[in-house]
Design a protein around this ligand. Sequence first.
Ligand code: FAD
Ligand code: NAI
Length: 486
Amino acid sequence: MINSFDVAVIGAGPGGYVAAIRCAQLGLNTVCIDEWQNAKGRASLGGTCLNVGCIPSKALLESSENFFRLNHKFKTHGIKVDGASIDVPVMIARKDKIVTTFTGGITALFRKNKINSMHGKGTLLKHDKEQKSWQIEVNKKTGVETIQAKHVIIATGSTPRQLSFIPIDNKQILDNTGALALTEVPKRLGVIGAGVIGLEMGSVWQRLGAEVTILEAMPEFLMAADTQVAKEAYKVFSKELGLSIQTSVDIKSIKSNESGVVITFKDAAGDDKTLEVDKLIVAVGRLPNTDGLGAQQVGLKIDGRGAIEVDEHCRTNLPDVYAVGDVVRGAMLAHKASEVGVAVAEMISAIEKGDKREFKQIDPYTIPWVIYTSPEIAWVGKTEQTLKSLGISYKVGQFPFIANGRARAIGETSGFVKVLADATSDRILGIHMIGPYVSELISEAVMAMEFAASSEDIARIIHAHPSLSEVLHEAALGANNRALHI
Ligand code: FAD
Ligand code: NAI
């Protein structure tokens, strides 16, 4: 007999596993199919984010930041430590333990919520119009099983974009998985792509003592960020951390031999250059993953970028099939995947109950971005350059961390907060931050934007003293020309 479910979720990353939990909470009989296999060949729920993305990268960022502080920042506190060293295998084992704790935690959450978990590849087979259900084949280690479900949520995520002339072996030439598993600090590390992964992973290994060179194809550094934030980041990363970042680079060839990797490229001036490194990380973006899903045979529409086409409610062109997370358009971020997963689960539950109300839509402009470098970078809403290009009149309030007591006490004074508000209505249009713990401060900005706040609203809220949040407060005051401490 074929096992039958209300909802089948394909993929157990932050899009899929969160959608599955919400479906189960709402009383839907749910199965989640995931094919992820860890280094030991075992199922490991949580997708890219938990296994080789958000969580392990932040663990290494924290370890390396502690090492950097010990070597370079503790002296000013009067703390002297001689002969500090880093035991990379211990650091990696700590990271691995965090990963297994969290991936195991999802298994427990599935059990608690009575979600059926299947380890294997899910493929859409066909839709039975009469029964209004989908047949899905699950290719498991133990054999093939076919199940059926009334609704399908596809959350198959993304995989690293490959450059045809750069063969990833995860020994010398690494993608994000290899970059998180090095067992010693390379003396010379090359990174192709000054995007989010390149900057985070480059920071980790530079702080631990590697000499890191990042080669970026675009002429501008961090183009997605506010230009002023990007300029400040470039300055701090180059001067304080010592990262070498080269833009407008055209990679010509990559060759690896026993002693390392040789990269030939044209630099910004058009001159031929050679860079020799011990290891090379390639981080040139990620692509939606629809591999083996059976998209073609069931007629699932895929766009020019390889993403599954969806409407504003994440409905695909097929009946009762939804798609969320990295596999659809928009930001490739874990929190976007999860929030949309929840929205789709709630919509399916409402449909099942015959509820025809308007469903929640996710506003792409209130999805926060964070880059976990030091200083951290975070933003929500529109950048100043976007506002200019759209011809929107705006006002700016900006306040530096150097003028904030808490930042001084912590000893992290680089950066600033910038509030952009509509020139007439004062409604906040974007908030951009670079500085200590801005990954935490950004939530206040997101809340303000979700509630359609004005900069005056933030300016009138009492912020604890001394706290880093006062920098946002002062920037909001600044948007109305009434900053107090500058
Ligand atoms: P994924 O997490 O990719 O999960 C998809 C799952 O589906 C996988 O387990 C895959 O094996 C499975 N699957 C695929 N096809 C099938 C199939 N046919 N059948 C069964 N299973 C299938 N985002 C942040 O917000 N913050 C961060 O700090 C952050 N750091 C990152 C660091 C790195 C190094 C990387 C690589 C990414 C990072 N991201 C971060 C991005 C984040 O990981 C992704 O946006 C997020 O994982 C997307 O979630 P998802 O559920 O769409 O897909
Ligand atoms: P990315 O899109 O952030 O950056 C890729 C960079 O590579 C770009 O700057 C691009 O111009 C450059 N590039 C492309 N081709 C190149 C070439 N041939 N030569 C040199 N440079 C080239 O992609 P990345 O860093 O791979 O990360 C993928 C995604 O994962 C991110 O966009 C983000 O969505 C997610 N992520 C999020 C994190 C976070 O939220 N903190 C952390 C890490 C990843």
